[in-house]
Ligand binder design. Structure first.
Ligand code: ADP
Ligand code: TYD
Length: 210
């Protein structure tokens, strides 16, 4: 099973991905917690582009995300497919819908969906949890907790990214299982809702398996 967290920067995804992984482990499940961009060589190339915004190319960034994602899935040593086949619940902090939300600010959405289609078909997320937060709240969290602000962390950008998420969810609603969580609440309340939704989903999946 693959569970993907999505949301704008500062929505609390990383906090919730870690919380969920811990709770599932406490329930005796094997969990592989991971993230995109990855910490692997291609993910490092992406972070390097982010670190030099003046010479960053949005076309190259879009291509690097596709490559990082394919490595994230198929790498024989650390790929999500390997972990999933070994029986782990894979929890990933961002997956292919992030590209439809962020890179779509600069690139055509149909190209992004096509370029990510092999990844999305080879290891689709069983569940996408969208932590929905007002951009102003997300920015205040980012500014309160960090000295460096990333390439995409402006209000204008976060508004566009959120709108792109909603467009992508509408297009994918018959294909992907997407759950909205109100991320404006406290970490504990968000965490409770995330856990309830995931346990309900696992239960419903187990019911339909022979
Ligand atoms: P993301 O991964 O979506 O960028 P993080 O989980 O890193 O978000 O959270 C960004 C910051 O906001 C962190 O300092 C975190 O402690 C804080 N935070 C996360 N969730 C909440 C919440 N529900 N309410 C208030 N602050 C939060
Ligand atoms: P991340 O480390 O998840 O940042 P945050 O925790 O602040 O949300 O992701 C770093 C940045 O990468 C973030 O601004 C979103 C961006 N990103 C894309 O633009 N496209 C993608 O496909 C992914 C996975 C991330």
């Amino acid at each position: 099973m693959v569970i993907a967290f999505e949301g704008i920067d500062g929505s609390g995804k990383s906090t919730q991905a870690q919380k969920l992984a811990q709770r599932l482990q406490d329930l005796g499940k094997i969990v592989h917690l991971t993230q995109e961009p990855t910490q692997n060589p291609l993910g490092k190339m992406i972070r390097n582009q982010f670190a030099h915004p003046d010479c960053a190319s949005q076309e190259i960034i879009a291509g690097l995300f596709v490559a990082d994602r394919l490595d994230h899935i198929f790498n024989k040593d650390y790929g999500m497919k390997k972990h999933s086949e070994e029986g782990a619940i894979v929890v990933t902090d961002r997956y292919y819908i992030s590209s439809y939300a962020y890179q779509a600010v600069y690139m055509p959405l149909d190209w992004l969906m096509m370029a990510n289609s092999y990844a999305a078909q080879s290891l689709p997320a069983d569940l996408h949890l969208f932590i929905d937060v007002e951009p102003d709240i997300a920015l205040s969290r980012i500014n309160a907790n960090r000295s460096n602000v990333d390439l995409y962390e402006t209000k204008e950008m976060l508004l566009k990214v959120r709108a792109n998420y909603l467009t992508a969810f509408e297009l994918l609603k018959n294909k992907e299982k997407i759950i909205f969580i109100d991320g404006n609440q406290s970490q504990d309340l968000v965490g409770e809702q995330v856990l309830n939704q995931v346990l309900q989903f696992i239960k419903s999946k187990n019911k339909i398996q022979p």
